[in-house]
Design a protein around this ligand. Structure first.
Ligand SMILES: O=C1O[C@H](COP(=O)(O)O)[C@@H](O)[C@H](O)[C@H]1O
Length: 258
C-alpha cells in the first residue's frame, strides 16, 4: 500500500530568538496535553547546542506536567555527564535543575560504557526499546515530540554533511568517532527515528544560519542533513526560527497559532 506523502513543513518566523521562547513553550505544552490525553505520558527527545536555553519558557509554567515526561537525548557527546560538552549537562543546567521532573524519567548515557562506543550506542538503543517496543508495534519508535537544532553546516543531531551515517536506515542509535564538530565521539538518533516522530520541531536563530536555512528549505534536493528530516505521514515538521535566520528564505511562512 502506498504511504501518503509527508505533510509540508510549517515555517514560523519570529522577530528574534527571545520571541521564539514563549511560542515554543506554548507549542510544547499543547503537544504534551494531546499526548497525555491520549496515552497518559509524553515522550520527548531533546537536542543540545542552543536548544536547552530556548526551553526556558517551560520553567515555572503550571501547565507543564513534568511527572508525565519521558526524556531521551537526540544525540549525546561521549563525555561524563557533568562535562560542559554533555548535552545532558546542558539540559540539566538550563532546564531540569529548575523543574520537578523525576530523575528516572530522564534517559542519560550509561557512563560505565564511555570507553566502548558500540556498547554505549547499543545500551541506549535498548533503553529506547524498553520505552517503546512493547507499546508500539512500529518498526521505529514514535516520539510525541522531537526538538532539533541545526548547525551552520546543516547538521542536525550528530548527523553531519557527507557522513556515512546519513545512509543508516536500520539502527535506532548510531555512533561516530569522527564528528567534525568537537567532541569527536558521539551517539545519535538516526534519520528513521527522527522521521517517525509525531512532531518534529527545529529551532534555529541567528544570522550565521541564514545561508544554511535558505538551502535547507528552498533547495532540499541539495541534501543537507537538516533537509533529510521529513517525518512520515501523519508526522508534522515545524521550523521555529528568527527573522535573522530566515531573511533569505523564499519558503512560505505561516503565522504561529496553536
Ligand atoms: O553538536 C550539536 O549541534 C547541534 C546544533 O547546535 P546549535 O548550537 O547550532 O543549536 C545540536 O542540535 C546537537 O544536539 C549538538 O550535539
Amino acid at each position: 500500500m502506498a504511504h501518503p506523502a509527508p505533510h509540508p513543513a510549517i515555517l514560523c518566523s519570529f522577530a528574534d530568538a527571545d520571541s521564539i521562547v514563549e511560542s515554543l513553550a506554548a507549542f510544547v505544552v499543547q503537544a504534551q496535553k494531546e499526548s497525555i490525553d491520549k496515552k497518559g505520558r509524553f515522550t520527548v527527545a531533546l537536542s543540545g547546542g542552543s536548544l536547552p536555553k530556548m526551553l526556558r519558557g517551560l520553567i515555572g509554567n503550571p501547565a507543564v506536567k513534568w511527572d508525565k515526561w519521558h526524556v531521551f537525548y537526540v544525540d549525546e557527546r561521549v563525555v561524563p555527564l557533568d562535562h560542559p560538552d554533555s548535552n545532558h549537562f546542558s539540559c540539566t543546567n538550563h532546564l531540569f535543575s529548575k523543574v520537578a521532573i523525576p530523575q528516572n524519567q530522564i534517559h542519560a548515557l550509561d557512563t560505565t560504557l564511555l570507553d566502548d562506543l558500540e556498547e554505549l550506542a547499543d545500551a541506549y538503543e535498548k533503553e529506547l526499546i524498553r520505552e517503546f517496543a512493547q507499546k508500539d508495534a512500529a518498526r521505529f519508535p514514535v516520539f510525541d515530540l522531537v526538538l532539533l537544532g541545526m548547525g551552520p553546516d546543516g547538521h542536525t543531531a550528530s548527523l553531519f554533511p557527507g557522513h556515512d551515517l546519513l545512509a543508516e536506515d536500520d539502527r535506532w542509535i548510531a555512533f561516530l568517532d569522527d564528528s567534525p564538530k568537537p567532541p569527536p565521539k558521539r551517539i545519535t538518533f538516526t534519520f528513521p527515528v527522527l522521521n517517525h516522530a509525531a512532531r518534529v520541531v527545529f529551532v534555529a536563530a541567528g544570522k550565521e544560519k541564514v545561508d544554511t536555512l535558505r538551502q535547507v528549505l528552498d533547495d532540499p534536493e541539495a541534501g543537507l542533513p537538516a533537509s533529510r528530516v521529513r517525518p512520515v505521514f501523519p508526522g508534522q515538521l515545524y521550523w521555529f526560527v528568527d527573522d535573522a535566520a530566515s531573511a533569505a528564505v523564499q519558503y512560505p511562512r505561516t503565522p504561529f497559532k496553536l
